[in-house]
Structures are given as structure tokens and as C-alpha cells.
Design a protein around this ligand. Sequence first.
Ligand code: PAZ
Length: 320
Amino acid sequence: MASAETPSSPIVEGRLAQEFAAPSHVETVKGLMTEFAERHGSAGRRVVLVTSGGTKVPLESRTVRFLDNFSSGRRGATSAEYFLELGYAVVFLHRHRSLYPYTRRYAGVNLLDSLRLEDGTGTSCQVVADEQVLPNIGPVLKRYQEVKKGGLLLPVEFSTLSEYLHLLKAAAQALSTIGSKAMFYLAAAVSDFYIPPSEMPEHKIQSSNGPLQISMKMVPKMLRPLVKDWAPKAFVISFKLETNPSILLERARQALATYRHHAVIANVLDTRRGYVVVVTQDDQVELALTEEEMRQEVEIEERIVQNLFAAHTHFMTQQD
Ligand code: PAZ
């Protein structure tokens, strides 16, 4: 482990380069993210990187099996929409096929059940959306198209832990070009453990060899170099998920003390849709939905994003 005097970035960067294969398109994506941040930053817009969904960790190099981290992507996709409503441009770094802004509202719908045929039959008929199956589709589609036309949402996909780590570093460096206008909203569920390439079997693990024992190494913590070196002027928010509520706040405080970023959103798996705590260096604020609000499908992400918008505004004025 690094001592307090050892600079963390070279160690993390060295391990990242040696033990995690970079995706072949990382430099291209970094270029796109840099152009996106500079374009919006120079138009006076804030830019947020939202990470969303879980990483997968392969157990074999010709991968048949992998370990996955739990996350539907709903927190990230929903938050991205609320950031867009508040005028942010959004880089959406998300797990392939996890929930996506706007389409997330219809994720459980079978496409063919959502359409009706009108005016004729066969190839000449008209296809219309069924409002019963796709409630509110008109306004949602309109907003989706506005966001797309304005070039306000840049989607970037990952599947594996390696892809996520390299793309996060690239995103941090890309958004650092706009200083305090950048926010990092790290809601993805990222594995703490991985198998280094030197210890990974090449071929499919055989059950004929008996019960499987695996030993995994700790993933290098990216938050430290992100905050200290890659994007030192940005506003950085991480998430802390626990299943045991009694350790949640202590863990969130520990993370803040270790990485010295700006806030931790603490949540418990079972109650995460209706209750979170925003933990900062000198405060903690509970955000909770009432049962009535839950019935009316109010989304807690709206409250989280509003809270962070105010904090980011304050942060930016302090930096100037
Ligand atoms: O994606 P989702 O809406 O199902 O869940 C969101 C979440 C619990 C993954 C997120 O709020 C979170 O806590 N992310 C960080 C997880 C972690 O501590 O690694």
C-alpha cells in the first residue's frame, strides 16, 4: 500500500497500464469527450460525467465466465435527465445495455406490444405508438430529440472493469479542460476485486478439476488520482452503497477523509429509491421521499441533483 508521502498517481497509472487492458478506442473517445467539454464549457455550460451500471470482471482470458457488480443503471440514467433539465451537458459513461436516459422509462416494454397498425394492411400501413403501453411518450420523445439535436448528451459504453477504468481516466483528463465547471457523479457500481492477467487462466475453467477457488487482487483506487491530479479543479461526487445500514455513514465519512473530494451520496441497497444521505466534510443532509411521493413516482434523483446543483454553484463561486 502507498505511504502518505508516496505520490499515488504514478502507482495507480502504472498498475492501470500493466494489469488492465486499455480498450482500443480509448484515445478516440478521449478526443470526443475533450471536444464535447470544450464546446460546452466555452458556451458557458457546466458538464457532468455520470457513471452508471456495474462493471464485469472476467475469470478467464477467453472469457466464458465473469463476476458482475449489481446495478440496473437507473440511478445514473435518471440523474442524467435531471442534470440536462438544469442546463448541464452530460457525458454518460454507462454499462452496455444498462438503463439509458429517456428510454429507461420504457425499459420493460416489448417493442412490438408498444406499436399499433393503422390505415391499411401489409407494407402500406402506418405504425403508431400505443400511448397505453408507452405513457407520456410524446413529451418524452420531444425532450429526447431536443437533447440529441443540441448535442447535450455524449454516451460512452463500457462492459468490463478494464474498459471502465481506462475510460474514467480519459474522461477525467478530458473534463479537466473546463476546470470547476466540471462535475463527476460516480454512481457506477465498480468492482473492488479483479484477477491480474498473469494469474488468469486462458481457457474455460473446467468443473472436472473440482470446486473453484479464486484469489482476487484489490483494484487500484481511481478516486485519489482523479481528485489530486487528473481533474484537480472539478467538483467530485462519489456514491457509497452498503447492505448494512449501521456501517453506511462511517464508510462514507472514511471515503471523504481518504480521497478529499466534495461529497459522498450514501445509500442502502433496499431503500435506495427513497432515501439517501449527502455526506460532505462538515455536514450531512438526508433526502427522503414520503410514501405518498413514492406512490406518485417522484424520483429521489431529482432531489439529489438539485442538492448538488446548489453545492456546485457555491463551489464554482469559491474557485473564481
Ligand atoms: O443502478 P441502480 O439504480 O440499480 O443502483 C444505484 C447504485 C446503488 C449502484 C448507486 O446508487 C451506488 O451506490 N453506486 C455506488 C456503488 C458502490 O458503492 O460501489
